[in-house]
Ligand binder design. Structure first.
Ligand code: PHE
Length: 337
């Protein structure tokens, strides 16, 4: 019996030392337990007085082997983990794949900011078509076919009566035709003119504003523009109105803002004047109101139109309008937030 135990001890303990997987070790343990059972079943054949000694020997043997199994299990588990780590190893020094996320274009940023500012004053957005009829773009805006003001806004004609709109002012007519006052709309959009130099592009964006109600005056226009200037630029930005001419407003004004670069002292940006022209505006011409079926004796209104590129150029210090359209990512990346 003793020899049987000793030979089992030898064979199992060397097999334990060779086990390299948890599974192998488990199978070995099952085998050991079966063998041990066999040995124990031999106990009944022993004389009674030898049984306690034998039982003690078997127990010690069982415990010793179990300790070996446990110790090997720790080693095998470690080996297995190491193998797994090696397999799943990630080289964290390798440069990652970078995906460029898109960002809003500065023109869109400025457009959104303008909408935010004016929406805060109660304006609603209306978007008119980019292809307009001669009537909406010019005639209804008190600019008939022979009007000299048409020269300043020469554009791309698609047919005799169809053109790429030169101004978002066309939207004024569309809104007034369909809605009775009070009206308070903002109309952003693309416009087109045959113009092309450092500050003009054949395609650019405008933001139109129109307010029509009883008792609207030029003071309302000035006050609202002052609020816009403070919000868009700095809290100390001032507004100045200069007389001007547009066929669809009377009186008409050109609106200047105090130069945000020098604070009005005079610098290169404002060409030494301390002021920067940003938009055209005026009281809606009574003929325009009449064209839309609005009674000019009952209602008055003001309108303004600004170039979004111009505001963006001033706000971000861009000196050539083309920079805004080249889509050079080195330029555009500067606006990612
Ligand atoms: N539509 C004019 C332009 O494009 C700007 C303007 C809008 C002027 C509204 C007065 C009122 O130059």
């Amino acid at each position: 019996m003793k020899e049987k135990i000793e030979s089992l001890r030898e064979s199992i303990s060397s097999a334990i030392d060779e086990a390299v997987t948890g599974r192998g070790l488990y199978e070995l343990k099952v085998k050991f337990q079966t063998e041990l059972k066999g040995i124990m079943s031999g106990m009944k054949d022993l004389p009674k007085e030898e049984r306690p000694t034998f039982g003690k020997v078997v127990n010690e043997f069982k415990q010793a082997m179990e300790e070996l199994f446990e110790a090997r299990a720790v080693v095998v588990r470690k080996m297995e983990l190491e193998a797994q780590y090696e397999k799943e190893r990630v080289d964290i020094t390798m440069p990652g794949k970078s995906y460029k996320a898109g960002a809003l274009h500065p023109i869109t940023l400025v457009k959104n900011e303008l909408i935010d500012i004016f929406a805060g004053m109660g304006f609603k957005v209306f978007e008119g078509p980019e292809i307009e009829t001669d009537y909406y773009n010019f005639t209804a805006l008190n600019t008939p076919k022979d009007h000299p003001a048409r020269d300043m806004q020469d554009t791309f004609y698609l047919a005799d009566n169809l053109l790429l709109r030169t101004q978002t002012s066309a939207g004024q007519i569309r809104v007034m035709e369909k809605n009775a006052p009070p009206i308070k709309i903002l109309s952003p959009g693309r416009v087109f003119r045959s113009d092309d130099d450092a500050t003009h592009s054949p395609m650019f964006h405008q933001m139109e504003g129109l307010v029509v109600d009883k008792g609207i005056t030029l003071c309302d226009l000035q006050g609202m523009l002052a609020e816009f200037a403070r919000k868009m630029f700095t809290s100390s930005t001032k507004v100045r109105l200069r007389p001007s001419y547009f066929p669809f407003t009377e009186p008409s004004v050109e609106v200047d803002l105090s130069c945000s670069e020098c604070g009005g002292k005079g610098c290169r940006l404002c060409k030494g004047t301390g002021w920067i022209e940003v938009l055209g505006a005026g009281m809606v011409n009574r003929r325009v109101l009449e064209n839309c079926g609005v009674d000019p004796d009952e209602y008055t209104g003001f309108a303004f139109g600004m170039g979004i590129e111009r505001i963006a150029m001033l706000k971000y210090g861009v000196n050539n309008i083309k920079t805004l359209f080249e889509n050079d990512t080195r330029f555009l990346e500067q606006f990612e937030d």
